[in-house]
Design a protein around this ligand. Structure first.
Ligand code: SF4
Length: 253
């Protein structure tokens, strides 16, 4: 079931990429035809410049696209390929999102694909971290909506009643000496990162917030774990605790 879902994610990414390439190829043809019929020298030069520019863009995008597919299929990358994949994640996937603007389902798939690819890229570095170098960022919607405790400002106030996953996560992270922060939004998350200067962030959020957060954070690797939304977005969300624990165990000494 999971493999099938991942397969459909990559198919949608490839389909969106084809649309992008079609647009650029059409532009290339249009400018080529205009060049063939133009008579003014300057006009010709501008057209040639455009053609060369678009051809270079197509080449670079093709290389990025191939690197992304290779990395995703092989679940790892290194050297130049990893560099191309990272560049592709900054350019190709936001572009794919832009082209999928009107289709929310398509955007969802692209975001899931981005998060998974990002995790592969982070793990490809084969780096291990000390527990104190990691922070776990949780969304406030993980807290049970009937719980009145101000765990967002101080997670230590949690009474570990078992009504949400925050208690379980705190039990585990206390044992491992890992910092946990509950962010109420992007700005708060940014401030937490600025103040704590972690070497690795494990972030839990919906696919939309995760992707924008990952694009936002520069220079610090982020592992994304998407939350589940059994009650709809932003209220009483849930997360697979073992998914977080496995990531921590895999990436720490
Ligand atoms: S586990 Fe903690 S945060 Fe969650 S509902 Fe119970 S006391 Fe509140």
């Amino acid at each position: 079931m999971q493999v099938k879902y991942l397969e459909s994610n990559i198919k949608i990414f490839v389909r969106t990429s084809i649309i992008i390439f079609t647009v650029f190829t059409s532009l290339l043809i249009i400018f080529s035809v205009a060049y063939a019929y133009a008579s003014l020298k300057a006009y010709n030069i501008i057209l040639i410049a455009f053609i060369v520019l678009i051809a270079i863009c197509l080449l670079v995008l093709s290389l990025m696209c191939m690197a992304i597919i290779y990395t995703y299929r092989n679940r790892k990358a290194g050297g130049f390929l990893l560099m191309l994949t990272k560049a592709g994640m900054q350019i190709m996937l936001p572009l794919a999102l832009l082209f999928a603007k009107a289709n929310s389902q398509l955007k969802k798939h692209i975001r899931f694909f981005y998060i998974e690819l990002n995790n592969i890229v982070v793990e490809s570095d084969n780096k291990k971290y000390k527990a104190k170098e990691i922070i776990i960022l949780l969304p406030h919607c993980l807290q049970n909506s009937e719980c009145g405790l101000k765990v967002t400002s101080n997670p230590g106030l949690c009474r570990r009643c078992g009504k949400c996953k925050i208690g379980e996560l705190l039990d585990y992270t206390e044992k491992r000496n890992i910092g946990v922060f509950i962010a109420t939004g992007g700005t708060v998350a940014r401030n937490i990162i600025k103040q704590n200067k972690p070497k690795l962030i494990i972030s839990v959020a919906c696919e939309r917030d995760l992707m924008s957060g990952m694009l936002d954070v520069k220079g610090i690797p982020v592992i994304g774990v998407t939350n589940q939304q059994p009650n709809g977005p932003c209220i009483n969300t849930d997360v697979d605790f073992s998914a977080i624990r496995n990531r921590v165990e895999q990436l720490t000494y």
